[in-house]
Design a protein around this ligand. Sequence first.
Ligand SMILES: [Zn+2]
Length: 316
Amino acid sequence: MAIATSFDAPIYKVLANNDTGAAKGHQGGFVLPKDLEDYLPLLRNMTSPQRPTVDVEITADLFDGDDFLGTADTRYQYQTWGGVRSPERRITRNLSGLLNRAQGGDILIIERGIEVDDHYRFTLIKESSPLHSKLIRSFGSNRWGVLDQQSLPAKETEVIEAVEQIESTTKQPFSLFEHDANLTETRARKVARSRAFKRVVSISYANSCAFCGGGLQHPDGRFELDASHIVSRSLKGSDDIRNGLLLCKGHHWAFDNGLIGVTDSYKLLIPHVVRSLARNVQLVQLDGREISLPKNMDEHPAAEALAWHRRNILVV
Ligand SMILES: [Zn+2]
């Protein structure tokens, strides 16, 4: 199944014969050049001699040009071959439906999900397509890289830096706003920060909605949860855990639209005008209930943020 998500700026690789099944002794999947590893999840413990292969599960929507072929549960791996061959990064497993259609010289476009960052889109651009010759001209002598230098995708290292930065903010006094953040930031940096915020808040709230304890789970492990900002980013709210709440989609919408507020003693507040609508019967049960909080007190929502939300967003 394909996932509804938006994608970051693309990277590409011109496929070699040993990526397509045409070469002898083909390993399956395609080799990912080291230069592109920054656009995939981090592989940990790569130097451990006990683990000749490290890998991470990813999913990918597969396209041949505009034709959707299906979604593959695939794997990004680093293999050392026990030292007898040069180590390589490879995306392998369940890709034959795409790669059997490919020939050496075709282009593979790779895009990473923004909200769901272990989800990718792989698009094959065959040599016969008009787009192929246009792209090849723009690549010059490069066989892989970022598709458009004016639009760089976020690097995994930027996400990790942003995670560290967000985690360190709880040691500083709380600041509700980041006034200049949106004006000076690159697109890649925004994507990195938004991924980092999601990771940090998801861990902090143990993958459960702060309001109902729920959030549906997909069999592939994903949760129906958003890292929401109490003062939203569009209103220049800060990327601080204390300005965050992990919420299921329905409660995120209700909170962002002022149908739910939170008191300073962390109790849910449903205004009468909201409760009185027949449709909102499920919210009535939440009124007055205490929210779930992170174990770490330094990460609890800031009273200042909750008060701002009640004053400016909550319907009256
Ligand atoms: Zn919920």
